[in-house]
Design a protein around this ligand. Structure first.
Ligand SMILES: [Zn+2]
Length: 464
């Protein structure tokens, strides 16, 4: 059986080609396109940021699966088409490769490689162009346990960024480098704290704060020696201070400079006047200086905890950092929840009910939430063909046996599979609710994941 996972806007669906049946609620879609058009094309609005974070999360989920997939031989086909290449070029190349594969000696490998190429060609026929950011197709027979394998066909279209180079490769694993690179969060802030005793610097990228180095000066340890004049001692102290400021800023700048184009701003803080002194006296590299925020911030210490405090104090300034936005929306939810008639709810069952009623204003989905819903059917007794038979399974798990006739193995077929996150995102879109993905990197985010089952909603009206 040929499975196809279509990742449009990252949507992950496994569709059965054999049955030509699509995932339940998308049955109404016509033509070759098995996945729904992006929200924008349906006349709904979704902010660019929200769209991008949805694409990123969906890519992240697809990669989690793709990374684990392995073939028996060099049978897994990776095809990457950047936006400036023609689909027809890729198709004729595949046809050529299909011919070449006839020379593969091992019969099993030959059959699998040719099967994968055929599947890729058929997938390509659904696309007229590679789309604005290109198209990636991963096809092949993957190992799912004791000498068992299954065919997958995973399409990543509309990735969050442009694919750069054309690739065709047959290997025992999929080639994911270009997609992996897209997940490196590029929006960052350089952080620097300093006083006369110590300094520390790092970078806040997306939701993570990384402290690269903590430096200690030896200025305070200097004692005036016999015979030294007070003036000379003073001068030595200032010289040591100057050297320390120079060393700390140089270390920081050489760490930041390679990331310069992704750095939104350089934020400087510290307990005393040193921070402003260092900024005014141009200790920083001139390219870095251009990005130093006008305001400096008071923090308790110039060490790792100072860097973290800096992020908190500069929160307003770094408003764009998702971390802050996440905290704010989680706090809105938590504040609502303690009211007498809360416009808030949580947990999968309640959330689904609220979505169905159209009561959800903003859906908060934890990025830690995992799980695939698989639609199954039993060939032997027909279980699942009329009433939906759904199970929660990972892509690496074997399919369960039939609850009606106990048949297992080939009798149980997968009709479709989609991630829990996607299915909820889809429901939210249908009820015009906003969706916010919350990382597990903040305390509030961890609370959503562990305290509220990864799902919460701010409602349009109280439900109880
Ligand atoms: Zn059965």
């Amino acid at each position: 059986m040929v499975l196809m996972i279509c990742v449009r806007r990252g949507h992950v669906f496994i569709l059965s080609l054999e049955k030509q049946r699509t995932v339940g609620k998308h049955d109404s879609l016509e033509g070759e396109l098995k996945c729904p058009a992006p929200a924008a094309q349906k006349g709904k609005t979704m902010s660019d940021d929200a769209k991008l974070s949805a694409r990123r999360l969906r890519l992240k989920l697809a990669l989690e699966d793709l990374r684990e997939m392995k073939g028996f031989g060099t049978e897994l086909v990776t095809l990457i088409i950047p936006p400036d290449r023609q689909i027809s070029d890729a198709r004729s190349m595949l046809q050529n490769e299909h011919g070449q594969a006839a020379n593969i000696k091992s019969k099993g490998t030959r059959k699998n490689v040719q099967g994968a190429i055929e599947s890729a060609i058929s997938t390509l026929s659904r696309f007229k162009t590679p789309g604005e950011n290109g198209l990636a197709i991963f096809v092949g027979s993957i190992i799912i346990g004791n000498n068992k394998s299954r065919m997958v066909n995973i399409v990543v279209d509309e990735p969050p960024q442009s694919l750069v180079s054309f690739r065709y490769r047959c290997d025992s694993r999929f080639e994911l480098t270009q997609l992996e690179e897209m997940l490196v969060d590029k929006k960052s802030y350089a952080l620097f704290v300093i006083d006369r005793a110590e300094a520390a610097y790092g970078i806040a990228t997306g939701k993570r704060i990384h402290v690269q180095e903590h430096l200690v000066s030896n200025i305070m340890g200097k004692h005036r020696q016999g015979g030294q004049s007070a003036q000379r001692f003073e001068r030595l102290i200032e010289e040591a201070a100057h050297n320390f400021f120079k060393r700390a800023t140089e270390h920081a700048c050489s760490y930041w400079l390679p990331h310069l184009e992704n750095i939104q701003a350089v934020i400087v803080g510290g307990p005393g006047a040193t921070k402003d002194f260092v900024v005014k006296n141009e200790y920083f590299h001139h390219e870095i200086s251009k990005k130093i925020a006008k305001t400096t911030f008071d923090v308790g210490y110039s060490n790792e905890s100072g860097v973290r405090e800096l992020v908190e104090n500069a929160g307003q300034l770094m408003g764009e950092i998702e971390l802050d936005a996440e905290r704010q929306i989680m706090n809105r939810f938590l504040e609502e929840l303690v009211r007498a008639h809360p416009k808030a709810t949580y947990g999968e069952m309640m959330i689904k009910q609220a979505l169905t009623q159209g009561a959800v204003d903003t859906l908060l989905i934890s990025e830690g939430l995992r799980g695939n819903i698989v639609e199954l059917t039993c060939k032997k007794c027909g279980h699942g063909s009329e009433e939906k038979w759904e199970a929660r399974l990972s892509r690496q798990q074997e399919l369960p046996s039939c609850p009606s006739c106990d048949a297992s193995g080939d009798a149980v077929r997968e009709l479709a599979s989609y991630s829990v996150i996607d299915s909820l995102g889809q429901m939210a879109e249908e009820s015009n609710s906003q969706v916010t993905y919350i990382s597990v990197d903040t305390e509030e985010g961890a609370q959503l994941m562990h305290g509220f089952g990864g799902l919460a909603a701010i409602l349009r009206y109280p439900m109880m």
